[in-house]
Design a protein around this ligand. Structure first.
Ligand code: SF4
Length: 979
């Protein structure tokens, strides 16, 4: 029996049908309200007046007789309050820490802490005294500003609350504290409910505890706890709070709680709930390679439950919950739900933060910030002229959220971009763009300058909504919802700004708007009693399901671990009874194990470590299940499974949120790009990692993010080392020396510092080589080159004769495709002849193992997946190098004529694995009796297959399912996949 059905029966039996209406039942969440009412209704065959059933937050707001203030108004109220205390407060700086301040105020009130004591604990003098440091804090230093903020906080806190109360408004914690402070007046002086039941609570805040304790002591309330002996015993963290309440004379009062008495004596004492220790449980943990594959696997499992294996045949899933440990997975989950589950209920919200609309708005602000600086005619100083840069123009016009619009209004968009590109215009002003775009409405909207006028920005945003809304109406509900929420936020922001006398700058407007978008969640609502319930962990409070799938059961998510987003330091939080991350972990542990109490079958999905990322560690809760529960309940074994990221496309067929379909124009552009710019191995590999990234980079021409950096990037380091080696080869070839002696290598070794320095000065002007990270890289480059020359000397000692045929060079081959041609291109680092073999050498500054060059399977197996296998990037690169070398029209590379029997061997030298020497790729043969001609023929068939796929209109360019590729992707912000 579920907790809600048991508590409903308990309450029902204690009151007559006539008096039960005078009871108030308080539950932790609104979702539990509905289910409790259903359970209660099922107990009588006669109609009766139901008790009030209410969620805790609503109960408190009603009793406090205040309304909860919305986040926009609250931020402005806070800002106005701060301004009365610090007139010089900078709005931009304010918006960066205001949400944290508000959260801290909320916690101080919820936990009934002494605000004065908290803030003065953190003040500078007290901190110095406590930390026993002998120092003074420099005026205007970071520390000075930090402590000054605290000096002001108490005044702000008091004033803000007074302002809100005057308007009968409150933030959540404030309402709780108000009820706690006035509990007797509220519940004794005013007529209300005769009795209250509080169901299934766990970690009470101090304000809550004060309210409940008082109500119980006045004989007006009873707490109905929910717990299992498994975690009540043995100091298990899940039972930390309930254990405390059960020893509290007031909070454990009442017949319901008698069941927990003497729980330590279990199994001699049988009354205590013990489902976790006594009932059969089917627990399965499934490791998957990445987070976004979890919804796909969950969908697969649900489909199995739906259609039934023998065990579950005919099963209608009335009690199934899909619980998201990481609520960011909501969209992928919704896209993956099997069609058969058309009846499900989602009450959590999807955050606008991760939406494409958010990234569009961000890109728009970025575009509007564009100015170009020119030197004045007189030659003194610079003048800034507002012009849009080509990079930002293409970025916004290609933004995925507005792609649908261009499909129907393509002409002006193409003309604008083509003209800018053909005329090589790096910058264009508003008037030019509008003219080139033929005054097309969306182009006019996006490129109307806001200057510093937030009102103008708002008007253009409304126009954008008007233009985009018809595209999504009736087609894609979520985008319509995004636009609607955006509209609502703009309206509220406009109203609040209108009430202010001071205009806000665009900079502040941006921070504010983006903060509001970040805070906004789009609520879903469905049929509350639907067989499938989708929810976050917090929403599971009080609810029980027979079957549960929990996603993201990883350390860092469930539980979240050490995250303290607060201005109040950890020591102050401990001192004043404010919650810390340790409490948060105990709370999460309770939700987790409580959810398992009455469930029969639970599947835990988690990502598995792919490298050394701590986030991929399975949650410790799973270890506790395995070792602690599994030991005590032999019917509750945890089975472990793992889904491998195979080469099968079936695993990748997850519905990505974002896709670009290929129309004729895009197909033309693909062919143009291949014909003019060429097909490189890196781009082929990029396509299979993420076809959308390929689209952004190779077709749409969206520039990658450029950051001015004072340190070398990973690519730069490779370029530096390669360039030194290339210059040596060129110099030697010019002197007609192609076979190097030991003395040559010794000389090269001596020259390493000067050669590195010369290349550095030339390639990275403005950077300093001898400090910081660059110095570390310099030392690494020296060591790499020294070891490399040593490797070459060892080859000499072993009797190898190495002849340099060609230094680094770009090779291009023309491939016939359809009625036209395609360029295949690549840059080889060195061509050398070692004894009778011609080696194509690729230097790698990163680590490559010989096993990366081994296909490991026979030809029948590797050939069908040669293009798509994610682990064969290196293999494909070497394959194309070999193709390019053999394809040279005159069959001469580096002055060498290639005969039909010549062995040409591509391979790598890895500077981080020099011990392996030259690692040759040996077993890539398309046929056992391969000749250069058949190799070329088979390679071209494969390249043609790739181009066919690239042009295939039925395969959209779409987001990758493997999020590891998004981590360092320059398009992550456009894609909404930035962290
Ligand atoms: S962020 Fe991820 S999904 Fe988006 S383009 Fe980059 S790799 Fe692809």
């Amino acid at each position: 029996m579920s907790f809600l059905s048991e508590t409903a029966r308990y309450i029902f039996e204690r009151h007559s049908l006539e008096t039960i209406a005078r009871v108030c039942v308080v539950v932790p969440s609104r979702r539990a309200v509905y289910f409790f009412k259903q359970e209660l209704a099922s107990l009588s065959d006669r109609p009766f007046l139901a008790p009030e059933v209410v969620a805790m937050d609503d109960f408190i707001l009603q009793r406090a007789e205040v309304e909860e203030i919305d986040p926009v108004s609250l931020l402005f109220e806070l800002y106005d309050t701060f301004k009365t205390i610090d007139p010089h407060l900078d709005f931009d700086r304010f918006t960066s820490w205001a949400p944290v301040v508000l959260r801290d105020f909320d916690q101080i009130d919820l936990y009934d802490s002494n605000a004065k004591a908290v803030f003065s604990w953190v003040e500078a003098e007290k901190a110095i005294e406590r930390w026993k440091i002998d120092t003074t804090i420099a005026e205007d230093s970071f520390a000075d500003k930090y402590f000054r903020l605290f000096e002001n906080l108490l005044g702000v806190y008091d004033q803000l609350k007074a302002r809100l109360l005057e308007k009968k408004l409150a933030y959540r914690g404030m309402a709780y504290r108000k009820v706690a402070e006035e509990v007797e007046t509220i519940f004794l002086d005013k007529p209300g409910h005769a009795f209250h039941y509080f169901l299934g609570f766990n970690a009470l805040s101090q304000s809550e505890e004060r309210i409940l304790r008082k109500l119980v002591s006045l004989n007006k309330a009873e707490m109905l706890w929910d717990a299992d002996v498994f975690y009540l015993r043995n100091q298990h963290e899940a039972g930390r709070f309930v254990r405390k309440y059960l020893t509290d004379a007031e909070l454990s009062r009442g017949d319901w709680n008698k069941r927990f008495r003497n729980y330590r004596e279990f199994p001699q004492v049988q009354t205590v709930p013990s489902d976790l220790l006594t009932q059969p449980k089917n627990f399965i943990s499934i490791g998957v390679p990445n987070a976004t594959m979890q919804p796909k696997v969950a969908a697969h499992l649900m489909a199995q439950w739906e259609h039934g294996t023998e065990k579950t045949k005919g099963y209608q899933p009335p009690h199934t919950a899909l619980v998201l440990g990481d609520e960011n997975l909501l969209m992928p989950v919704l896209s993956s739900i099997p069609d058969s589950y058309d009846d499900f209920n989602v009450t959590m919200g999807v955050s606008l933060r991760n939406s494409l609309l958010y990234s569009l708005v961000e890109s728009w602000f970025e575009l509007q910030r564009n100015v170009v600086e020119f030197r004045r005619k007189e030659g003194q100083g610079m003048v800034a002229i507002p012009k849009f840069s080509y990079k930002h123009i293409t970025k916004i016009l290609h933004h995925p959220f507005i792609q649908k619009y261009w499909m129907e209004n393509e002409g002006s968009f193409r003309t604008l971009l083509r003209t800018l590109r053909d005329e090589n215009r790096t910058f264009a002003d508003e008037k030019e763009i509008k003219e080139l775009g033929g005054n097309e409405p969306l182009i006019n909207t996006l490129f109307t300058r806001w200057d510093n006028d937030s009102g103008r920005a708002t008007r253009q945003m409304y126009r954008l909504i008007d233009l985009l809304r018809p595209l999504y109406v009736d087609k894609d509900a979520i985008e319509t919802e995004y636009l609607y929420e955006f509209y609502t936020i703009l309206k509220r922001l406009e109203r609040v700004l209108a009430e202010r006398r001071q205009p806000v700058s665009i900079k502040s407007y941006r921070r504010f708007l983006l903060e509001l978008l970040r805070q906004t969640k789009i609520p879903f609502s469905g049929e509350p009693a639907a067989p499938l319930q989708i929810m976050g962990m917090l929403e599971t409070r009080c609810l029980d399901f027979e079957r549960v799938i929990i996603l993201s059961v990883n350390e860092g998510t469930l539980p979240t671990g050490k995250k303290q987003n607060s201005l109040i330091p950890f020591d102050a939080a401990c001192e004043f009874g404010l919650p810390t991350y340790m409490d948060a972990d105990a709370v999460m542990s309770y939700h987790f194990f409580r959810l398992l109490q009455r469930a029969k079958e639970v599947i835990f999905l988690h990502t598995v470590p792919a490298g050394d990322g701590a986030k991929a560690e399975p949650s410790r809760f799973l270890l506790q299940l395995e070792y602690e529960l599994g030991e005590q309940n032999k019917q509750a074994k945890l089975q472990k499974k793992r889904v491998e990221f195979g080469s099968e496309r079936s695993l990748e067929e997850e519905l990505p949120v974002l896709r670009i379909t290929k129309n004729e124009q895009i197909q033309r552009e693909i062919l143009q790009s291949l014909a003019n710019r060429g097909l490189y191995a890196t781009h082929l590999n990029m396509y299979y990692q993420c076809s959308l990234k390929y689209y952004f980079k190779r077709i749409a021409g969206v520039a990658e993010e450029e950051e001015l950096s004072t340190t070398l990037e990973a690519n730069d380091f490779g370029t530096w080392v390669h360039e030194v080696l290339e210059r040596i080869d060129r110099e030697m070839i010019e002197r007609n020396v192609r076979v190097y002696e030991r003395a040559d290598y010794e000389r090269f070794t001596q020259q390493i510092p000067s050669r590195l320095e010369a290349v550095f000065q030339e390639k990275f002007p403005g950077q300093v080589m001898n400090e910081g990270q660059n110095l570390l890289l310099y030392n690494l480059a020296k060591r790499n080159l020294r070891n490399y020359f040593q490797l070459r000397m060892d080859e000499l000692d072993a009797g190898y004769r190495v002849e340099v045929l060609a230094p680094e060079q770009k090779l291009v081959a023309t491939l016939a495709y359809g009625e036209g041609t395609v360029q295949v291109a690549g840059k080889i680092d060195r061509l050398e002849r070692v004894n009778d073999v011609i080696r194509i050498v690729d230097y790698k500054t990163g680590k490559v193992d010989a096993k990366n060059l081994d296909l490991k399977v026979n030809q029948d197996e590797w050939q069908p997946m040669f293009l798509t296998n994610q682990n064969w990037d290196v293999m494909r690169q070497l394959w194309l190098y070999k193709y390019l070398v053999l394809k040279q029209n005159d069959k001469r590379v580096g002055g060498v004529e290639l005969s039909a029997t010549q062995i040409v061997q591509p391979g790598m030298i890895s500077f981080r694995n020099l011990a392996a020497g030259f690692m040759a790729q040996e077993n890539l043969r398309f046929r056992p009796d391969e000749t250069p001609e058949t190799f070329l023929e088979d390679s071209e068939a494969m390249l043609t297959q790739f181009i066919d796929e690239l042009l295939d209109a039925s395969r959209a360019f779409e987001q990758t399912v493997d999020r590891s590729h998004c981590e360092y992707c320059d398009y992550a912000r456009i894609c909404g996949r930035a962290n």
